[in-house]
Design a binder for this molecule. Structure first.
Ligand code: HQG
Length: 180
C-alpha cells in the first residue's frame, strides 16, 4: 500500500529527478524529450505502484507516462534543457503571473525572467496564480497583456497540463501596478 506521506515526500523527489537532475540528463538517463525509464526509477525506490499513485493523485497532472508505460516525464517546469514538445498557441488576452511581493522591485525593473526554468510560467486565472505566488511568500498577481505581446511577436506555448509558458515578459506588458 502506498500512503499519503510517501506520495508527498517521494513526489517532491520525483519532481527533482524529472525536471532538474542535470547529472542524469548529461549521462543520457533522461532523453531529449524529458523521458526517464520507469525501471531505472524502480531502482531508486519508486515502485510502479508508487509512481502510479503520484501520477494519479497529482492535481496538476504534472507527470505523464509514455504510451507503452515504460517511460515517465514531467509535463513542464524543467531546468534541464529538454524539449517536452509544448505547443505554440494563442493565449487569451490576459494571463496572470503569481509571484511574491519580495520579488516585485526586481520584476518591475527587469521584467519576468525564467531564472532556473526554461520558461516564465503564466496561469489562466487569478486564483491559480495566487497559489503559485504563495509558494514564495506573500502572493502578488501580475496581469499580463498577452494581446499586446502577441501583436509584438512574442510567442506563447501551452503545456499539456494547461500551464502557459513564454520566454520572458517585459514590464511594459504588465497591466496592473498594484494589487488593490
Ligand atoms: C520570480 C509550479 C526576481 C517569479 C507552479 C517566481 C508553476 C523574479 C520566481 C511552476 C523575476 C521563480 C513555476 C525577476 C521572475 N526578479 N524574481 N526579474 N522574474 N521572478 O518556482 O512561476 O507545482 O521557478 O515570479 O505551479 O513560481 O512545480 O517559478 O516567483 O507552474 O508543478 O522568480 O511551478 O508548478 O520561481 O512556478 P519558480 P514559478 P509545480
Amino acid at each position: 500500500m502506498v500512503n499519503n506521506n510517501d506520495i508527498v515526500k517521494k513526489g517532491k523527489r520525483l519532481a527533482f529527478l524529472l525536471r532538474h537532475d542535470e547529472e542524469a540528463f548529461s549521462k543520457g538517463m533522461i532523453d531529449k524529450h524529458g523521458w526517464r525509464e520507469v525501471e531505472e526509477l524502480a531502482g531508486m525506490g519508486f515502485s510502479r505502484e508508487l509512481l502510479d499513485a503520484i501520477v494519479a493523485t497529482n492535481n496538476k497532472q504534472r507527470y505523464e507516462y509514455s504510451t507503452d508505460g515504460k517511460l515517465i516525464r514531467a509535463r513542464q517546469g524543467h531546468s534541464i534543457n529538454v524539449d517536452v514538445e509544448v505547443t505554440e498557441a494563442t493565449p487569451p488576452n490576459v494571463l496572470y503571473h503569481g509571484t511574491a511581493t519580495r520579488f516585485l522591485e526586481s520584476i518591475y525593473s527587469k521584467g519576468l525572467i525564467a531564472g532556473n526554468r526554461l520558461y516564465v510560467h503564466l496561469s489562466p486565472d487569478e486564483a491559480t496564480a495566487t497559489n503559485v505566488g504563495s509558494r514564495h511568500g506573500t502572493p502578488f498577481v501580475i496581469k499580463i497583456d498577452c494581446h499586446r505581446m502577441l501583436a509584438d511577436g512574442c510567442k506563447f506555448y501551452l503545456s499539456n497540463n494547461g500551464v502557459w509558458l513564454t520566454k520572458q515578459v517585459l514590464p511594459k506588458y504588465f497591466i496592473n501596478t498594484s494589487n488593490n
